[in-house]
Structures are given as structure tokens and as C-alpha cells.
Design a protein. Structure first.
Lengths: 607, 239, 107
């Protein structure tokens, strides 16, 4: 009997997995198995992502053809698209919900929820999460939250329309704009449920990584994916509570007549109660104390996945493993102290502004370390250009080109010009949106065999990659120029200003590229769902990878490994090791002369 | 099984895997991590308090009130100016209930079921006592004093609600309600959880399980509530 | 074995009961000091007085977390895990106090 079996016994995962009968409900719906919960997160995320993308198509059509009528608008949006014209208020609602869905539901829950759940127990060598029950609860809170958000699309007045950052007073006064009513309330309810989900998940991920690693899995032998998920969970755990506090105060402002975020609002505008004494800047600070770490909650899992995929498919050890861990930690720490760079022009203290500029520009250092390491890993590698690998390289490309514009925006002085223009839109859609989506896609293509036991179609994967990659650049790159010329974001139409008429053609170009990019995702959706049922059967280790998840059988077991959990003897990046016959040595293969990790440690102690 | 004994005699590295680097169970680690995130929730409320209070630093029209002019009542001592006394009493009640809680944990280590039950009971009493005190204080705060505050239209406003209060600027009352209310909500949920655990102790659940770790976990939560009160007391009543 | 192992480490020192009561009296005394300072310096408003109150609060927190919550008897990594992130809270509070004062200055 080895140590970790007893470890597992403590919460009811003994070796007798498979003996108890699983009903349909307990297997597919209220499952406590981390692999099934991962699939639930992924599929919910994909559905939400499709919805968010469809919204972006609608408002892109509006931006490119502000004078044209699209009869199908009325069909899908009812009175919000009367006579084929998009209602201006609903335009605001669409961009708000698009942002919310993409940031929270797709790239937080859909990305880190999916892959943390799938990979943490499998890659650290645990039978399941520390608390499978809380893990299940985490998914169901997320599901409930998704339902509330989607239902807000159908309420009177439309969904929340204050932008995904929901600044007061638009969000604090129910009468401010149509979307500030019930829609905003539902948005807040959805986000609070989402925070509950994120916290339950985060507590579980951290505990599992710290407490449940298999014998020999030192922290310095963890795959970089796990490091990224661990740090992501820490970020979420420390930043989401602040949004919870901020949201609580906002709910009080909305519903109970308090004035935390409202300064000098006359009674007739605020439901009969004069609001004095609060400060909307306070909300922005609290929001961005979450909001900035949130960027890295989105990005770090994608970077972790990329590290793994690039190393495996370059058949080379990752370059600078410890530097990678260090840069993840540095990014995490810095992400907590730079939130104010979103607020340079709000009228906050200029002294604090300079503090935030300094911190923001320092983030470039660990980010550059990471990109350098990716490129150095690719350098002279034996590249296996699988779809996953292409998406991972795509991420590196986006991370560089989007990161560079971050340097502009991080300067308080330049930000005066660029704030709230399309430059910002371009920046974060490239560095956060596209890069993270590419990381997610890379992960899906890479771990699809692990999740569903089948392979995705390669040719469709290539078509998906190239169409998405090219169209993403075509959509977001021209936006930089619009932003530099001062075209403001979040405007329903720019027809009122003569100086923006030069961008009419560019807007049409962007929209066409966006439509092509959207169509490319249909290829992915087809490939994904088709391959679940009909894809080629996967072998146990299709990518010849070193990490522990590929030592588990293709068919999912409750408890992951049929016998004992494998022990770990080496780091996960022993690819093409000189002197070795095979080009990969999985982590559970002992070094020469080793029989048990315990012995190795004992000998270290004797030294 | 002889292998087990030989292997466990080997001193493994703290972070070498196969065991908890902190030598605590996953449940307790989870509780710690949850408390860490909950500390951030409370901090965000206290940050809001700090921000808004400091934004009144140079406001001479409606200055931030001094706590000794607001929280100066004591039950059965009507009209006597006793600032801070009642809230100090509340602090002592909460600290004392923390002591009984930790005594329950200590008794749990000795598997002394009767003692655990007794101390848990005292802890619950302390929690209920604190909540009762808070109810009285809220009532006092809401009803206000006889003087009240003269409004612009000549009428006199007594006490406080979320929209207005007689003591000072609106956010003063709002923050009082939200900060102490959120803390009180934690105390309330702590009392409810304590009652459940208490019933389990009496039912012998942990006796059968062989350890009283559950009592330790709720104990952590209870001490955290006490900890938060220390800072609420400092920031809201003392400063 | 896992359970035994964990109990072995969280086993409190032999004189735990004594320590608990000692801690109680320390907390009691610190709160009395709070009150005494409060009444003595009622008309004296300064940052030093506030700093004193905050320091007393932190000392109380140290005893609650250390003794009551057993942190002192845990392995050293747990304190790091829990205490170090509080730096971010302190950073946030410091900045927001500065920002609050600036808001006051602007009004």
C-alpha cells in the first residue's frame, strides 16, 4: 500500500472505483468526476462563446453598414431590430454582453475551468480533485450563472448596457438607460453566482495542486500548465472577492438607495432619493482590482497550455523552465499592483498614476521572458505542426503584437489620446482575446483525445487555424489606425463625424474579415461535435508526450488510473534527451538505478 | 505491509509529493484558503470605508462624525453618555466565545466528547449574545436620539436609514450598515454552522469518525469572524 | 496513517489550555489599552493615535491567528501562503486612502 492511496482513502476514493453503479444522472449531469466536469465546462463555454461571437457579428454589421437594413435582425431580435435596424440601446447591450460572456464565461470558466479540471488531477497524479463535491458545485454555480445571464437578454428594457465594466452611475441608477433596469440586476446576480463558482473552483485547484501531488512530483517537476493553473487559481481567489464586495455595494446603491458610488445625483434622477457623498472612482478602483488580475486569469492558462504544447511538438525541453515559473509568479504579483492603468483619465490622483505606469511597464519584462522562451524552445526544434501546435504558435504571435501596444497604453501621457478609442479595442482583443482563444483552441486540439478518446480531424483543424489566424489579424490590426485617428469605441455609428468618414471602407473590411472568422468557427464546431461521435479512435499517447495524463488509459475511469497512481521520477520535458533511444521519456519512467522516488529523496538527505 | 513501515521511516522532502507539504488535511487547507479569500471580501468593504471617509477629510459642511457622539448608549442606562462601552462589551463577548471555541478544539484533540459539547454550547451562546447586542445597537442607531437633525425644510430627522442619517453624511450610515451587517451575517452563519456541528458532537458523529477535525474547521471560521471584528472595531469605532 | 500523520503535526503543545487562557488575557488587556487610549486622547486627533490603534489591532490579530487558529504550530509554509497575499490588501488600502484624500482635495 503506498502513501497516496491512503491519502485518497481519506475522502472516499479508494481503489474500488467502478464498483458502485453510475446512473445517467450521476455520470453525465451531477457528475463528481473531474474529467466529466471539465467536459461540462468546455461545452457550456463553447455554447456561450458561440453566443458571444454571434453578438459580435451583429454589431460588426451595424458598424460597417450603419445605413443598411438587415431584415433578419427583426427575426432574431424582435423589436430591438425593428425593420432591420439595430436599436441603438440594444447595440450597447450587445457589446456589454459580448464582453461579459467572452471575458468571464468563455475565457475564465471555459478556459481555466475546463483545463484546470481536466489536467490538474491527471497531471499531478491524483485520483480526483481534493473535494469532488465542491467541484461539482462549482460547475453548477457556473451553469446557473450562465442561465441568468442569458435570461437577461429577454427582459424588459434589455440586458445590461453599461459596458462589461458596469461603471456607475449607468449601472447604479435603474432609470439611467433602458439596460440599467432588470437587465443590470440580472447581470449582477449572474456575476455573483459566477464568483461563487470561481471561488469554489479556485479553492479546489489550489488545494489539489499543493496537497495531492503524487510521490516524487516536486513543485519543480510540475508541468508548466499546472503552474499556470495554480497561479491563475490564486489570482482568482484573491481578486474575485473584491468584485464581490464591489458588487454588493453596487446592489445596495441600485436597490436600497445608498450612495456608495454616487456623488451629487439629484433626487428626481435617482428614484426620489438624493444621492450624495459617494464616489464612482471608488467603484472603478475596486472593479479593476479584480479586472486587471482577470486579464491574467484569462491569459495564464493559455500560456501554460502553450508551454506544454510547444515543448511536446518541438520535441525539445522547454527553454528556461524555472524562468517560466518565475515569470508566471512575477506576472501574478505585478497584476495586483497595476490596476489603475485602466483609469488614467478618470481624474484619479496623478501621483498614483505614475506608480501604476511604473508597475505596468515592468510587466513587459516577465512577458518578454515568456515569449523569448517560447521562441527559444521552437528554435531548431523537430516541429510537429499539428493544429494544436499551430494555435500555440499563433498565441505567441498575438502575445507579441498585442503586448507591444500595451506599452503605448501603459503610459499615462499617451493614454490620454488613446483611451477609449479603437486602439484599446485592438490591443486587448489581440493580446487577451485572440491570444487566449488561441491557447484554448490549442488545448482543445491537444487534449481532445484525452477528453473524448477520439482524434479531431486534422485537415479541418488546419483550415480552422489559418482562417481564424488571418481573419483575426485582419479584424484587429486595422483598428489600431482607427484608434490612433481618434475613433471612439462603443459608438453605435461614426457617421456623425466627417473626419471618421475615411474609415468607412476600413470598417467594411473589418466586418467582412470578422464574418469569415466567424464562419471558420463553424468549421471548428462541426469538427468538435462530429469528432466526439465519429472521430478516429485515439491511442493512449497520441502526441508522444511526457506528462502523466497520457499514462492513464484512454477509457475514462473514476479514479484515473486502474492500479496504483504512477510515481514521478523526472521533470516533464525530457524530450530528445541525449543518449536516450526514444525521443521522449515520460515522467513515470525511473532514472537509471532508481526504484522509488522515496529512495531518491532518502539519498539526497544522506548527502 | 512491512514495506509501508520502511518507506514511511524515510524522511521525504516537504514538497516531494505524496503528502501534504503543510501536513494538514485537504479540508483544513481549503478552509484556510477560503478564509483568505473572505478576508479580501471584507477588505474591499473596509477599503470602500477608508476611501469614502478620507474623501470627507476636508468637508466642513457635513463632516464625518466622531464615533463617541454616535455610539454612546448602553442598555438600561438611558441618557448616560457612555461612548464605546457597549461595543467594548460586544468585543469581549466575541473574544470570549473564541476562547470557548478553541477550548472545544483542544478538548477534541483529547477526544473528550462531553467537554467538546459543553464548550461548543458556550460558543453558540456567545455568538447569539453578540448578535443580540448587535441587534440592540442597530435598533439604537436606527431610532436615533431625541435631538435628531434639522433638515432643509425645517423638519427633524431622527435616527438612520440607508438613505439618510442624523449623525453625518449619508455614506456614514450606509457603511455602518454594510460593514457591521456583513460581519453580522458571518456571525449568524457561524452560529448556524456551530449548531449543526454541536448536534453532530452530541450525536457522536466525530466520536465514531475517530477525530474532531470538523470542530477545528468551524473553529477556524469562528476565529476568523472574531479577527474581522477586531478590525471593524478598530476602524469603525476607535479611529 | 494519513490521519495520524496530520494529527501528529497539529497536536497542540502540552500546555495548550494554559496558552489559550494566557492569550485570552493578552487580548483582554490589549482591548483595555484600546479603550484607555481612546478615553485619554479623545480630543487629540492625529495620525499617531490612529497608527497606535492599528498596531494594537494587528497585535491582536497576531494572537488570534497564531494561537487560536493554530498558525504558530503549523509548518512554516502555511503562514507564508496565508499571510503574504495580505500585502496586496495593504497596498490597496494605502492607495485608496491616498486616493480618498485626493478626492477630498478636489471637492
Amino acid at each position: 500500500m503506498s502513501n497516496q492511496n491512503l491519502n485518497q482513502d481519506n475522502h472516499g476514493h479508494s481503489d474500488d472505483h467502478g464498483h458502485h453503479k453510475e446512473t445517467f444522472i450521476s455520470k453525465y449531469v451531477f457528475s463528481m468526476d473531474h474529467k466529466m466536469i471539465a467536459k461540462q465546462f468546455l461545452i457550456t463555454g463553447i455554447i456561450m462563446g458561440t453566443l458571444g461571437m454571434a453578438m459580435s457579428m451583429i454589431f460588426r454589421l451595424q458598424l460597417a453598414f450603419p445605413d443598411m437594413k438587415f431584415p433578419f435582425f427583426e427575426g432574431i431580435m424582435g423589436h430591438w431590430g425593428k425593420d432591420g435596424k439595430l436599436d441603438p440601446n440594444f447595440y450597447l447591450a450587445l457589446i456589454t454582453i459580448h464582453g461579459t460572456i467572452m471575458v468571464f464565461y468563455v475565457l475564465t470558466a471555459g478556459l481555466s475551468g475546463t483545463f484546470s479540471n481536466l489536467l490538474i488531477p491527471l497531471q499531478v497524479g491524483a485520483r480526483d480533485m481534493a473535494s469532488p463535491f465542491l467541484n461539482m458545485l462549482s460547475y453548477w454555480f457556473f451553469f446557473l450563472s450562465s442561465c441568468v445571464l442569458v435570461s437577461s437578454l429577454f427582459v424588459d428594457g434589455g440586458p445590461a448596457s453599461a459596458g462589461w465594466t458596469i461603471y456607475p452611475p449607468l449601472s447604479a441608477l435603474p432609470k439611467a438607460i433602458p439596460g440599467s433596469g432588470t437587465g443590470m440586476t440580472l447581470w449582477l446576480v449572474a456575476i455573483i453566482l459566477f464568483i461563487a463558482s470561481a471561488l469554489l473552483g479556485g479553492v479546489n485547484y489550489i488545494t489539489t495542486v499543493l496537497n495531492m501531488r503524487t510521490l516524487g512530483m516536486k513543485m519543480t517537476r510540475l508541468p508548466l500548465t499546472i503552474w499556470a493553473f495554480l497561479v491563475t487559481a490564486v489570482l482568482g481567489l484573491l481578486s474575485f472577492p473584491v468584485l464581490l464586495g464591489a458588487g454588493l455595494l453596487l446592489i445596495f446603491d441600485r436597490s436600497f438607495g445608498t450612495s456608495f458610488y454616487l456623488a451629487d445625483i439629484p433626487a428626481d434622477m435617482a428614484g426620489g432619493i438624493e444621492r450624495v457623498g459617494g464616489s464612482p472612482i471608488l467603484f472603478q478602483h475596486l472593479f479593476w482590482f479584480l479586472g486587471h488580475p482577470e486579464v491574467y486569469i484569462i491569459l495564464l492558462p493559455a500560456l501554460g497550455i502553450t508551454s506544454e504544447v510547444i515543448a511536446t511538438n518541438s520535441r525539445k525541453p522547454i527553454f528556461g523552465y524555472r524562468a517560466m515559473i518565475g515569470s508566471i509568479l512575477a506576472i501574478a504579483v505585478l497584476s495586483f499592483i497595476v490596476w489603475g492603468h485602466h483609469m488614467f483619465i478618470t481624474g484619479m490622483n496623478p501621483f498614483l498614476g505614475s506608480v501604476f505606469v511604473l508597475g505596468t511597464l515592468i510587466i513587459a519584462v516577465p512577458s518578454a521572458v515568456k515569449t523569448f522562451n517560447y521562441i527559444a524552445t521552437l528554435w531548431k526544434g523537430n516541429l510537429q505542426l499539428t493544429p494544436a501546435m499551430l494555435f500555440a504558435i499563433g498565441l505567441v504571435s498575438f502575445f507579441i503584437s498585442g503586448g507591444l501596444t500595451g506599452l503605448f497604453l501603459g503610459n499615462a501621457a499617451l493614454d490620454i489620446n488613446l483611451h477609449d478609442t479603437y486602439f484599446v479595442v485592438a490591443h486587448f482583443h489581440i493580446v487577451m482575446g485572440s491570444a487566449a482563444i488561441f491557447g484554448m483552441m490549442s488545448g482543445i486540439y491537444h487534449w481532445f483525445p484525452k477528453m473524448f478518446g477520439r482524434m479531431m480531424n486534422k485537415s479541418l483543424g488546419y483550415a480552422h487555424f489559418w482562417l481564424t489566424f488571418i481573419s483575426a489579424y485582419c479584424v484587429f490590426f486595422p483598428m489600431h489606425f482607427m484608434g490612433l485617428a481618434g475613433v471612439p469605441r462603443r459608438y453605435y455609428a461614426n457617421t456623425a463625424y466627417d473626419q471618421f468618414s475615411t474609415f468607412v471602407d476600413m470598417n467594411v473590411f473589418i466586418t467582412i474579415a470578422a464574418l469569415i472568422g466567424g464562419a471558420a468557427q463553424l468549421l471548428f464546431l462541426f469538427n468538435f461535435f462530429y469528432s466526439i461521435r465519429k472521430g478516429k479512435k485515439a491511442t493512449q499517447n497520441p502526441w508522444n508526450s511526457n506528462t502523466l495524463e497520457w499514462t492513464a488509459p484512454v477509457k475514462h475511469l473514476h479514479g484515473n488510473w486502474p492500479g496504483d497512481i504512477p510515481h514521478v521520477y523526472r521533470w516533464p520535458y525530457d524530450y530528445s534527451k541525449p543518449g536516450s533511444e526514444v525521443d521522449f521519456i515520460p515522467q513515470n519512467i525511473p532514472e537509471e538505478g532508481q526504484t522509488d522516488p522515496l529512495q531518491e529523496m532518502a539519498s539526497q538527505h544522506n548527502h | 505491509m512491512s514495506e509501508t513501515t520502511t518507506l514511511t521511516n524515510v524522511k521525504t522532502g516537504t514538497w516531494g509529493g505524496g503528502k501534504s507539504p503543510f501536513s494538514i488535511s485537504y479540508g483544513k487547507l481549503m478552509m484556510w484558503i477560503f478564509l483568505l479569500s473572505d478576508a479580501f471580501t471584507f477588505s474591499s468593504l473596509l477599503v470602500a470605508y477608508g476611501f469614502i471617509r478620507h474623501s470627507y477629510a476636508s468637508n466642513l459642511v457635513t463632516p464625518w462624525p466622531s464615533p463617541d457622539h454616535v455610539f454612546n448608549h448602553f442598555p438600561f442606562l438611558h441618557g448616560v453618555h457612555l461612548p464605546l462601552m457597549f461595543v467594548s462589551l460586544m468585543t469581549f463577548i466575541l473574544i470570549f466565545s473564541s476562547v470557548t471555541m478553541v477550548l472545544a478544539v483542544e478538548a477534541g484533540h483529547r477526544m473528550a466528547k462531553k467537554e467538546v459539547g459543553m464548550y461548543m454550547f458556550l460558543t453558540i451562546l456567545g455568538g447569539i449574545g453578540f448578535l443580540s447586542c448587535q441587534a440592540w445597537e442597530w435598533t439604537q442607531f436606527i431610532t436615533g436620539t431625541h435631538e435628531g437633525r434639522m433638515l432643509a425644510d425645517g423638519s427633524i430627522f431622527h435616527g438612520a436609514n440607508l438613505q439618510m442619517n442624523q449623525y453625518g453624511p449619508t455614506p456614514f450610515g450606509d457603511l455602518f450598515f454594510i460593514v457591521t451587517g456583513f460581519h453580522g451575517f458571518h456571525v449568524l452563519s457561524g452560529v448556524v454552522i456551530n449548531i449543526i456541528i454541536y448536534l453532530n458532537v452530541l450525536g457522536g458523529t466525530y466520536e465514531k469518525r475517530g477525530h474532531y477535525e470538523m470542530v477545528e474547521k468551524v473553529g477556524l471560521y469562528w476565529h476568523f469572524v472574531d479577527l474581522v471584528w477586531v478590525f471593524v472595531f478598530t476602524f469603525y469605532y476607535l479611529i | 496513517m494519513h490521519i495520524e500523520e496530520h494529527l501528529e503535526h497539529t497536536e497542540p503543545p502540552k500546555d495548550m489550555k494554559k496558552q489559550i487562557w494566557k492569550t485570552f488575557w493578552i487580548l483582554f488587556a490589549l482591548t483595555v489599552v484600546d479603550i484607555a487610549v481612546y478615553f485619554q486622547l479623545m480630543e487629540y486627533h492625529s495620525g499617531y493615535k490612529n497608527a497606535l490603534f492599528i498596531i494594537l489591532g494587528v497585535v491582536k490579530a497576531y494572537f488570534i491567528v497564531g494561537i487560536f487558529m493554530h498558525m504558530k504550530f503549523e509548518k512554516k509554509w502555511l503562514p507564508y501562503l496565508i499571510i503574504v497575499p495580505m500585502i496586496f490588501v495593504m497596498y490597496l488600502i494605502t492607495l485608496m486612502v491616498i486616493e480618498g484624500n485626493y478626492t477630498s482635495f478636489l471637492r
